[in-house]
Design a protein around this ligand. Structure first.
Ligand code: ZN
Length: 475
């Protein structure tokens, strides 16, 4: 039996502690580049220089590389682009396992009072937990949609930005908002919403404080009013104007349930997609979570305008929302990525298992040709990059792109008898991550985070979840 492959080759150990690595060379691995031609190599190499991919190809890495080189033996591994998450609500990490048998509206109404008591330490701990779970499983770009801002709760967006920076993950947080409380015909209680003006001002301040538009950016801010049933028409319109004035992206929930569709018809006299179009919310700078209840004309409108979709198969199943028409969207040319969604509706909090879940639910709904393993991998990588507007920088392994990549171990118990390594990680069990590079930096090694203490994060998430439960119980 071959010795287990690890990245700690003898050559690597000759690089002494504290030395700045100029190049990382991964060799002897299978590679799925997820480029436009789906190029794959049965045995190849990736050379990373600084934070960029320098070269990718078949066979051995080029000779004569200069500077301090870390060499990684990738025998028994598949290297893919890092996974890109396109929809999440980090704060829900400390409210998991509640309202277990409810649909979306009942689940929301049950949880709003709890969520309205969150504060900065809770959101920091919840963001750490959410991020740790995803990054350990191969996510290299995370996203968050934070829309609950109780008065006096502290800097909640800043808390999650801090958690992502501490871990070293590329991050696209969005400043969410709700201004349509129950007395205005909305779903959330009045105490859980902000005024329209306060929401817009805080969103603009978040962009001015944090947004980095550069190619190498580790932090892009988006504008994200929560949903048609929790946001006024004025806020939707003005948020779109603000985002375009600032050159940032727009995100919201759309067409998630039959109840939302009925809400839009009752209040606005049209379905969600037509309502979004009427408020300036279709375009190639917009992506929406879920998009489950879309008719042919809705899908055509998304394709025509380049509006993206964050597909969240586990959350849609957990809340019995329905099955999004992802194969039809892909056929029409709609950009589609994968999303974990908040962990109060997807308690696993993982993205790598969503590749398998997406494939399985679409085959149940649409037959054995509905989605294949390569398409599932593309949804989780390049599709996510497209949806976040970063397909020039991340999402595929190509020279010149940012060095966000994952080395999946496929020669262990769970996968060694599957000859096709892409099928191994999509059809098989969640594959261990031997190495994950984000912006050229090792963030995961041997399935553990290198940059933060996982046990400390677990303790802090437990403590903050208990603290929140005590505050809610005290009333
Ligand atoms: Zn969501």
């Amino acid at each position: 039996m071959a010795a287990p492959a690890t990245p700690d080759s003898a050559a690597q150990r000759t690089v002494s502690e504290g030395t700045v690595i100029e190049r990382t060379v991964i060799e002897n691995c299978a590679i799925a580049t997820v480029d436009a031609d789906d190029t794959e190599y049965a045995s190849g190499y990736v050379v990373v220089a600084g934070n960029r991919i320098e070269s990718v190809g078949a066979g051995k890495a080029p000779e004569g590389l200069t500077g301090v080189v870390r060499r990684v033996d990738g025998t028994g591994h598949l290297v893919t682009p890092g996974l890109v998450n396109t929809h999440h609500h980090f704060y829900q990490w400390i409210t998991r396992g509640l309202a277990q048998d409810a649909n979306l509206f009942d689940w929301l109404v049950t949880l709003y009072p709890t969520w309205s008591r969150i504060d900065e330490p809770m959101v920091h701990a919840a963001a750490q937990g959410s991020l740790a779970m995803m990054v350990r499983g191969g996510v290299t770009t995370a996203m968050d949609h934070h829309y609950v801002f109780p008065q006096g709760a502290g800097d909640l967006l800043g808390a999650e930005i801090r958690a992502a920076a501490e871990m070293g993950v590329r991050f696209s947080p969005t400043r969410g908002s709700m201004d349509r409380g129950k007395s205005d015909g909305g779903l959330p209680p009045d105490f859980a919403v902000e005024t329209t003006e306060a929401a817009l001002l805080a969103t603009e301040a978040a962009i001015d404080t944090h947004h980095d538009p550069s190619f190498d950016s580790m932090l892009r801010i988006g504008v994200a009013p929560c949903s048609p049933f929790s946001v006024s028409t004025e806020l939707l319109r003005e948020a779109a104007v603000l985002a375009r004035r600032k050159g940032v992206r727009l995100h919201t929930h759309g067409s998630e349930t039959v109840e939302e569709e009925q809400f839009c018809k009752d209040l606005f006299g049209m379905g969600p997609t037509d309502y979004f179009e009427s408020t300036g919310w279709l375009g190639d700078d917009v992506w929406m979570a879920h998009c489950v209840h879309m008719n042919d004309s809705d899908i055509a409108a998304f394709a025509r305008t380049g509006t993206g979709v964050a597909h969240c198969p586990s959350s849609n199943a957990r809340l019995a929302a329905g099955t999004a028409r992802v194969p039809d969207m892909l056929e029409a040319g709609v950009p589609v990525g994968l999303g974990v969604d908040g962990t109060a509706s997807n308690e696993s909090g993982e993205l790598h298992t969503e590749l398998r879940n997406a494939l399985l639910i679409h085959r149940l709904a649409g037959g054995e040709k509905a989605l294949n393993a390569r398409q599932a991998l593309r949804l989780g990588t390049y599709g996510g990059a497209q949806v976040l507007g970063r397909q020039q920088e991340i999402g595929s392994l190509e020279a010149g792109k940012l060095a966000d990549l994952v080395m999946w171990k496929v020669d262990g118990l769970g996968h060694s008898s599957i000859a096709d390594p892409v099928a191994a990680i999509v059809f098989g069990a969640a594959a261990p991550v031997t190495l994950s590079l984000i912006n050229g930096r090792p963030v995961v090694e041997d399935s553990h985070l290198k940059t933060v203490d996982e046990d400390a994060i677990a303790r802090s998430a437990r403590d903050q979840a208990r603290r929140l439960a005590r505050i809610v119980a005290a009333g």
